[in-house]
Design a protein around this ligand. Structure first.
Ligand code: ADP
Length: 380
């Protein structure tokens, strides 16, 4: 129970020329934790609302448990939705708020008591049942909203940015609670967020959207190590992947990435796996994550030796310390590069240094389409 299938679903709002959701085609398995992620306005909420039955589908078909549900009303879909703004009734107590959905479904009184108390225990809000929403903190309100959804015991949970009103600490804590809840209840969860960190930590599968169009569907690790295009590569990971424009070169059977400032030899594995996709003379974008960029204060030899061959001169713009990690922002010509670095070493704006890349871990994208041509793979 709780499987979902979108068949080429489109949503075009009245008076809009562009569809808000464009050919959404995806199957979600029973019990799966699926996260929809993407920048604001990319169509996540619209997709979720169509699934809930709150928004009409313009074309395409939606199935829940194999049943065609395009015209089934929200209350008949066995779905519970949790919103960003909690949507609690201010005049009802916490108990009554959680019980409301059950009451409307004419659940027996003893059954309501049983379920509300059980849910309150799971969410650790038993001591708050007699309070009104105005007497609760943001985190507590969100738990009541979750409780209301859980008490109904639906086949599918839908969550639309449920944590965005919480402060960072509570957000992390509630995030962990939702993950645990989902794995305990084993119900299908479709979760919307614009926060890639939230997506990466919560979802067993992630759908990245942009302009109403699915960019990639993959488990978190794969999204990180094999982004399908430049957009996904730039969106997933923080700080962002570095991008450098250049051209592929083939010389004496070896493959190089080159531009005005660098000529980097690619490991033979690229040639073996992606040789036919990386054509000599082709303009590409090289992608490399900050953890795969290295800094060196000075040349090891005279600059012509093996050990210095793949290092490129750069100028420090700034250093950013985020606690355990530090990042140096540097310029190679006009291209900004971010490199993870040892927090013990202090770099100052204007410092000259050398940047090298772990060439086993670089990505190449087509300059025009942005589509991934080759990926050495990053560890998640
Ligand atoms: P997200 O949840 O990713 O922020 P939405 O699904 O809310 O994106 O919106 C997708 C697109 O549809 C946006 O361009 C938004 O402006 C538009 N949109 C959303 N709701 C409506 C509406 N009721 N009428 C017209 N356009 C809408």
């Amino acid at each position: 129970m709780g499987s979902i299938a979108f068949h080429h679903v489109f949503k075009r709002y009245k008076g809009e020329s562009r569809p808000a959701v464009n050919d959404f085609h995806l199957s979600i398995e029973e019990g799966e934790f699926l996260v929809l992620v993407g920048p604001s306005g990319c169509g996540k909420s619209t997709t979720l609302r169509m699934l809930a039955g709150l928004e009409e589908i313009s074309s395409g078909e939606l199935y829940i448990d194999g049943k065609y549900v395009n015209y089934v009303s929200p209350k008949d879909r066995d779905i519970a939705m949790v919103f960003q703004n909690y949507a609690l009734y201010p005049n009802l107590t916490v108990f009554e708020n959680i019980a409301l959905g059950l009451k409307l479904r004419k659940t027996a009184k003893y059954e309501i008591e049983l379920r509300v108390n059980r849910v309150a225990k799971i969410l650790e809000i038993s001591h708050l049942l007699e309070r009104k929403p105005s007497q609760l903190s943001g985190g507590q309100k969100q738990r009541v909203a979750l409780g209301r959804a859980i008490a109904r015991e639906p086949q599918v949970f839908l969550m639309d940015e449920p944590l965005s009103n919480l402060d960072a600490k509570l957000r992390a804590q509630t995030r962990a609670e939702i993950i645990k809840l989902q794995s305990d209840l084993k119900r299908t969860m479709v979760y919307v967020t614009h926060d890639q960190v939230e997506a990466m930590t919560m979802g067993t599968r992630i759908v990245v959207m942009k302009d109403g169009i699915i960019q990639q569907v993959a488990p978190p690790r794969q999204l990180y190590s094999e982004p399908a295009n430049l957009f996904v590569a730039g969106f997933i990971g923080s700080p962002q992947m570095n991008f450098i424009d250049g051209t592929m070169l083939r010389e004496e059977g070896r493959l190089y990435f080159s531009n005005k400032r660098m000529k980097l030899l690619l490991p033979d594995t690229f040639n073996a796996h992606f040789g036919d996709r990386l054509r000599s003379g082709q303009n590409v974008v090289l992608g490399v994550r900050p953890e795969n960029a290295f800094l060196k204060a000075e040349l090891s030899g005279d600059g012509n030796g093996e050990e210095d061959r793949d290092f490129v001169p750069a100028t420090v713009q700034m250093m950013e310390a985020t606690g355990a990690d530090s990042y140096v922002y540097a310029l190679i010509g006009e291209t900004r590069i971010i490199a993870r670095t040892d927090p013990e070493i202090i770099y100052r704006p204007g410092d000259k240094l050398l940047v090298g890349f772990n060439m086993n871990k670089v990505h190449f994208f087509d300059e025009n389409t942005g589509i991934s041509l080759a990926a050495g793979g990053d560890e998640g």
